[in-house]
Ligand binder design. Sequence first.
Ligand code: ACK
Length: 984
Amino acid sequence: MSLRTRSCLLSLFLGVVFSRLSLCNQVVLLDTTSVLGELGWKTYPINGWDAITVMDEHNRPIHTFQVCNVMEPNQNNWLHSNWIPRQAAHRIYVELRFTLRDCNSIPWVSGTCKETFNLFYHETDDAHGIKFKPPLFTKIDTIAADESFTQMDLGDRILKLNTEVREVGPISRKGFYLAFQDIGACIALVSVRVYYKKCPFTLINLASFPDTVPRVDSTSLVEVRGACIDHAEEKETPKLFCGVDGAWLVPLGKCVCSVGYQEVGGTCVACRPGFYKANPETNCTKCPPHSFSYGEGAFVCRCEKGFYRAKKDPPTMACTRPPSPPRNLMFSMNDTCLMLEWTPPLDTGGRRDLTYNVLCKRCSPEPSRCQLCEEELRFLPRPLGLTNTTVTIVDFAAHANYTFEIESLNGVSGLSSFPRQVAIITVSTDQGGPSRVGGLKKDWASPSSIALSWQQPEQMLPVAEYEIKYYEKEHEQLSYSSTRTKAPSVIVSGLKPATWYVFSVRTRTAGGHSSYSPKFEYQTTGDSSDMAPDQGQVLVIATASVGGFTLLIILTLFLLITGRCQWYFKAKMTSEDKRRTTCQNGHVPFPGVKTYVDPDTYEDPTQAVHEFTKEIDPPRIRIERVIGAGEFGEVCSGRLRTPGKKEIAVAIKTLKGGYVEHQRRDFLREASIMGQFDHPNIIRLEGVVTKSRPVMIVVEYMENGSLDSFLRQHDGHFTVIQLVGMLRGIASGMKYLSDMGYIHRDLAARNTLVNSNLVCKVSDFGLSRVLEDDPEAAYTTTGGKIPIRWTAPEAIAYRKFSSASDAWSYGIVMWEVMSYGERPYWEMSNQDVILSIEEGYRLPAPMGCPVALHQLMLHCWQKERNHRPKFTDIVTFLDKLIRNPSSLLPLVEDLQSLPESPVEEMDYPMFISVGDWLDSIKMSQYKSSFMAAGFNTLDSVARMSIEDVRRTGVELIGHQRRIVSCIQTLQLQLLHEQEKGFHV
Ligand code: ACK
C-alpha cells in the first residue's frame, strides 16, 4: 500500500460520512505547478496572453499566463491548454488560482476595462492537437475575482490570490481541452489544477474496497462490495457506498478472521503454537487439556497420545480417554434374581457420558471352556448401555458358574485401540451369594423390646452387617421396619406390649446381601411384664459383650503375649504338625498342598524356568510405558493378548541388554518362583519371554502400584475396615506362601502391590535369596544383605529365616499400613534399631490404630519366634475383627487416656445429665453443641444415630466413633435401668 493510500486511510473513519476529505480522494489530471518543462499552451492572438515562467525558491518553474490589455477595446484573447486525458473521470473539477486587477485602480482606463474572464472546455477523443476555433469550445463559467488587487507592486508583491473551482460534467470523450477567454481584464493566471474525485482504496471491517469513481449523478451512490482481506471470510457481505464527492458512506456487513487467525490491528494474524481458533468469531484460545498445536494458525488442537475427541465433541472440549474399569463389583442373589452392583470407575476419562456393558460368560470347570451367555439370561433393564451402576439378572440356571465382566465405556471408548478394561466377578448359582443366617433366637423380651441373637453364618467373606426386618404379625401387609447391626445380636425396641412380631435377618458382605433367614415370630411381654427368668443374666452378658467385647479380645491377646495362652498355639501346632510330612528345605507342608520347589535345586536353572513358566510369543505383548526401574532393567506396563481371551493389562519386567549369564539366571529365578504360586493375594505370573530379546517377565498389572507409596499418596483416606481388609489380603497371601514352604525374607509394604479394588498382593520373589535389589537391605556383620527394619532379630543375627521371621516382617507391614506408609523406626539408624529391639523396644501404635491391631503387631514382634502367630492365626484373627467391627473401636490413644481397670470403666455408672455423660467419656467439649442441638436428656442421646452425632458438630472421625460406641453402652444401661424399674 502506498504512503499516500495509507495517509488517506487514516483520514477515513469507519461508519461516518467523510465530510472533511484530504486530497487523497482526488485524482489529478493536470497541475501546472508540477510541470517542470514547457507547458506548450497556445494563445490567440499571439499578442494576447503572455506565458511567463518564473522560478520559485526551489528552482522549480512557475508557469503563469498574464494579459492586461485594458486600454484597448474589443479584446478577445484566448489561451488554451493541451489535450488532457479524462482517465476514469465522469465529472472533472477545474481549480484556478489567479490575480485580477481592479479597473478603478488603473488610471486612464476607459470603459473597456473588464474584471472577469471566461472558462471553456472542449471534449474530444483526438489527442493530437486541434485547430483552434472558439466555437468548438463550450463555456463553463465567467470567472470573477473574489479579491482584486489595486496595485501590482513587484517590489513587495502584494498579491491577492483568488482560487475558484468549477465542476464540469458529465464528460465521456477520452480527453478535453480547457480554454480561457480574456475580454479586456488585467489577469495573471498562476495555476490550473484539473482533477476528478474518487472514493479511495480503503480497508474497513477486514474488507478492502478499491478506488471508486463516484457517479456523475449527484443523487445516487455507487454501491461497492468489499473483498475480505487475507485469512478473513465474509460474515455478512461487506459493502460501502461511494458518494459523489469521493466520500465512502454507510459501511454495511463485515468480514471476520478465518479459523486459525485472529484480528490484530485490522489484519488477520495466525494463532501461535499452543493456541487454536475453531470458530471464525472467537479469538485464538489456548489448546484445551490433553491437546496441543505445534504449528501456527491451528484451527483445532490435536489430542495427546491416548486421548481422543468423539465425533460430536466440540474442539473447545478437552481430549478425553476411555474410563478405567468399574470398581467394587458385588453381587447379591436370591432364588430368582441376581443383582450386580458396582461403583463408578476411578477415572471417568474426563467425560460424563459414562455407560456400562455387561458381558456374561458361562464357564465349565475347565477354564478355557467358556461360552457367552447374554442370550440365555434376561438383564433388567438391559445388558448394554447401562447408565446406572446396577443390573438385575433373571432366568439364570441353577448350579452354574457365571462370569460377568462389567465394562465402563464413554464417548471415546470406540476410538481407542487400547483394550477396554473390565471388572470381573464370578458367581456360582450354587453358592447363592452370602450364606443365609439361621437359628434366630429370642434372648429376652420386655413390653417394648425383644433381644435376638443368631449364629454367624459360615462363609468366605466377612459379614459387614446384618439387617433385621420385622413387622407386627397382624399387619404383615402394611409395612415393615428394619434395623442394622454389626454384631450377631440386636435389641429391637419401640415395640408394642404383648404383641407378636415377625423377624428375619440377612447379612451383607462384600459379595452383596444374602437372602433373608426364615421368619421367626416372637412376642413382647405384657405391660405388667413377666420377664424371662434369666433376663438379668442376659443383660449383664449383653452389656459385657458389647461394652467389653473388644477388651476381651485385647485381654486374650495380652495373655497370649505374656505367654499365658501359649498352650493354645502350641496345642494347635502339635495337632498340625501331626498332619504334616517333611519335605525338602526342612519344610513341613500339608499333605495334598503343593510344595514350593527352590529353582536353585535344579542343576540347570533353565529347566526350572521351563517347568514353572509359560513362554509367551512376543507379538502378543504390547509395551506401553515405563512405570519404574528394577535392578535388571525397566518395568513397563502394557497389554497381553491371548488367543480366545480378552486382552489384559500386564506389568512387564525387562532384562536390560548386555547382561551376563548369571544375571539372566537371577532375573528368571523370580519367574520360576512366581510361576509356582496361584493365589489371589500373590502376584500372578502370566509368562516369560526367554527365546528372544529382550528377556521379559510378564505379570498381572496392579493399578495402584506398590503399597507403601499408595498409602503415602492417600494418607488418612481409608476406613479402618478397609485397612484391615488390605492386611487380611497380605496375611492370606503369606499364609499360602508359608503353607507352600516358601519363605519370603523381604516382606514389606514396598514389595506388596495394590490393584484398583484395593486388593493387596505379595510380590518380589526373585530376590528372596540375595536381596541385592532392595534399597532397604543393608549388610550385616555376618555379611548378608538384609532389610534391617523389617527383619526379625534372629534372621539379622544368624540368618535364621523362617515363616516366623516373615511374621515379624508382617507385623512391620501392619505398622506401615496403619501409619499410611510411615518409615518404620523413622530416622533411627539401622544400628540403633537393632540395639533398641534387643533391649525390648517395639514400635508404638500409629495414630488412630485400634488396640486389637497394635496388640497383633506386638504379637508378631515377640522375641521368641515360636511365640509369634502363624499366618493362619493372623488371617483368622483379622477375619474376626472384620466380622465384628466394634472390636476395632477402642483406639490405643483412647485407652491411654482412660483410667486403669478398663473393663470396669467401660461399664459406665448411671449419669444424671448429658453433660456428666460427656465428661465421663472425655468428650466434654461437645456439651454446648449437644445442648444446642436439643440432645439434652440421656434418653434423647441414647436414640442418636451417627448422622445426629455428626450434625451436632462432632467432626473428628475418632470422636464420632467414640461417642457412637458409648451411646450403644448407654442404650444398654438405660434399658437395664428401665427393666429394673419394671421389677420395682
Ligand atoms: O510404586 P510403583 O508405581 O509400583 O513403582 C514400582 C515400579 O513398578 C518398579 O518396581 C511398579 N510395579 C511393579 N510391578 C508392578 C505390577 N505388577 N503392576 C503395576 N506396577 C508394578 C511398582
